[in-house]
Design a protein. Structure first.
Length: 210
């Protein structure tokens, strides 16, 4: 697939990009800073032309993944105009509010993913995923012992994202409708608190059962 990583110059964006490149996908690195996008594209082994402005990446991709900090979510989505109409956008945004990142502080609308859906409108299908994965580990070849909660209102869209999670070496789970994204987003602050209290580097979640 042709995947646009919107905000792809950050650690999570680079991590997912590197995994999907290895899986054979055509990855575009989007950014509000064109030279930076081109620089990261080259670092990932791509042609510099694979680095582009977010709006251009959104227009030519088949599916997009948003990996910007919450503070830049709204401005980034507004900047891409209608580039994601009739496409899936994976929202990996976590509504962290520095400096108190160990406290769950969700937006008034309920979650960052719901906020993204409200901005993009019903012509774009937003699916929530990848909030609880270590960006640092994604940038390595290490096996990641962490599962992915995938929330979205449409089964086919969730299936697509679960397949992309598998391509990144991760196990994705159907986590219900988009409103359930609140749980995955809130977990990130909890995992940060666990990391600090227990001197861990990359705590995550695993789904168990029979």
């Amino acid at each position: 697939m042709k995947i646009a990583i919107l905000g792809g110059t950050g650690s999570l964006g680079k991590g997912l990009a590197s995994r999907w490149i290895k899986a054979g996908h055509d990855v575009l690195i989007g950014s509000r800073d064109l030279p930076k996008a081109q620089e990261i594209a080259v670092q990932l082994g791509l042609e510099s032309s694979s680095g582009m402005l977010n709006i251009d990446a959104a227009k030519i991709c088949e599916i997009a993944c948003l990996t910007v900090p919450f503070a830049h979510q709204e401005s980034t989505l507004i900047s891409i105009d209608d580039g994601l109409q009739n496409k899936i956008m994976i929202d990996a945004t976590v509504p962290l509010m520095p400096p108190k990142v160990m406290r769950v502080q969700l937006p008034e609308i309920g979650s960052a993913a719901l906020n993204a859906q409200s901005i993009l409108g019903e012509q774009t299908t937003v699916v929530s995923a990848f909030q609880n994965i270590s960006a640092e580990l994604l940038q390595t070849d290490a096996e990641i012992d962490c599962d992915v909660l995938v929330a979205g209102d449409f089964l086919d869209a969730r299936n697509t994202v679960i397949e992309l999670a598998a391509d990144a070496g991760l196990t994705g789970w159907h986590a219900g409708p988009l409103c359930n994204s609140v749980a995955a987003e809130a977990l990130t602050s909890i995992l940060i608190a666990i990391n600090k209290k227990h001197s861990l580097a990359h705590s995550g979640i695993k789904i168990t059962g029979h």
